[in-house]
Design a protein around this ligand. Structure first.
Ligand SMILES: *Cc1c(COP(=O)(O)O)cnc(C)c1O
Length: 379
């Protein structure tokens, strides 16, 4: 067990199991790094590494060579710094430096991704107080209109670069809005804007690509990439083959199996009504575990190769599965069915629930017994 990372210690007999393959995360990191050639590969570990476990992921990726981790909030950054203090990695805070947080950021050696001119001025003053210019990244908006300096503000900096003085600029950051669709013309529009901004500001490395941006090709790579979903096994580009290794396997525990006669209804509201004799298994996972209610009627679970439909509504703690097609001997209280895995990927589950793999992962509940797979010797 890795020191410093919180883990669940005992497999509660009735709980479902969430297996997280940290070596697969590292393999995905290597795969992306090879695509990047000369650009460095960072990692987005915000939202507890998309629900996978930021501490475990960051430590594994640090061993694989990752030097820059991106989180969303200051709290996430402070927590991660405590876990990886010994590894000397950089932690960048995508939400920026809110007024009043400068001393906490500096104390924990965090790198704010600065998104407005007021933050630049305050971060310079924080550096003056510290006696040394502090590290920061400069977030410029190139079309997403979410975070980052507006074109007008960026223009102002280009006209008066002194405004950038007194801060140690590590990187120019921008974020792609449409990279999951390689054919979207917005990808080139944003690329051109990034190039134009880079040409007008003092020289600093550039970071543009998220997971999907890496797959767009070398023009989008610049100096540092910030993949998230691809590290965790999600297909970065919608409608294209997913080249990433699977990270997450979710095994649901069967609690009870019952025979169902034609006309019998299952679950809240009786939404499902059997039209022939069969069997239904009740499995220990529900919407409180992130098994999304919206997947009712579309989701499948697997027993070996056999796909079994989830029937009726998703409850808080339970789903009900039509196991009529499964071998009787394989379906009993205590047996496990695959809720997420090779045959039912996070992308499949997302499609069934009408969402994206990001939401499937970040919803993964805290009640699952978590098992982290990791070869201690692997680099
Ligand atoms: C979340 C995030 C990323 C990672 O995006 P993925 O699509 O998961 O690769 C990169 N950059 C920023 C600014 C983000 O908010």
């Amino acid at each position: 067990m890795m020191t410093g990372c919180r883990t669940s210690t005992e497999a509660a007999a009735a709980a479902s199991l969430l297996r997280i393959d940290l070596d697969a995360v590292a393999a995905n990191y290597q795969l992306l790094s090879r695509r990047l050639a000369t650009a460095a590969c960072g990692a987005a570990v915000k939202a507890d590494a998309y629900g996978i476990g930021a501490c475990r992921v960051a430590r594994r990726l640090a061993r694989a060579g990752c030097r820059v981790f991106f989180v969303a909030t200051l709290d996430e950054a402070v927590a991660l710094r405590a876990e990886v203090a010994d590894t000397g990695v950089d932690i960048a805070v995508l939400c920026g430096a809110l007024p009043g947080t400068e001393s906490v950021l500096a104390e924990h050696r965090l790198i704010p991704v600065i998104n407005d001119p007021g933050q630049i001025a305050r971060w310079r003053r924080a550096g003056e107080r510290a006696g040394v210019p502090l590290d920061a990244m400069l977030h410029v908006d190139t079309g997403m209109n979410r975070l980052g300096l507006s074109p007008r503000e960026t223009n102002r900096l280009a006209e008066d670069p002194e405004l950038l003085g007194g801060v140690n600029w590590r990187c120019l950051v921008s974020h792609l809005a449409c990279a999951d669709d390689p054919d979207d013309p917005e990808n080139t529009v944003q690329l051109d804007r990034v190039r134009a901004v880079r040409a007008r500001l003092p020289a600093m490395p550039v970071s543009l690509a998220n997971s999907a941006g890496i797959l767009l090709g070398p023009d989008w790579h610049f100096d540092l990439a910030r993949p998230g979903i691809a590290l965790y096994g999600g297909g970065p580009q919608s409608g294209r083959k997913n080249p990433m290794h699977r990270v997450v396997t979710l095994l649901g525990r069967i609690l009870q199996v019952r025979d169902i006669e034609p006309g019998m209804r299952v679950g809240y509201g009786g939404d499902y009504q059997a039209c022939s004799p069969g069997r239904v298994a009740t499995v220990a996972a529900g919407y409180a575990d992130g098994y999304l209610r919206s997947s009712a009627g579309c989701a499948r679970v697997h027993l070996g190769r056999i796909a079994l439909p989830v029937v009726g509504r998703v409850s808080m703690d339970l789903i009900t599965v039509d196991v009529t097609e499964a071998p009787e001997a394989a379906v009993f209280p205590g047996a496990l069915v695959e809720l997420l895995g090779g045959r039912n990927t996070i992308d499949d589950a997302a499609a069934a629930a009408g969402t994206i793999s990001y939401e499937i992962l970040t919803s993964l509940g805290r009640r699952y017994h978590r098992e982290y797979l990791e070869d201690a010797a692997a680099g």
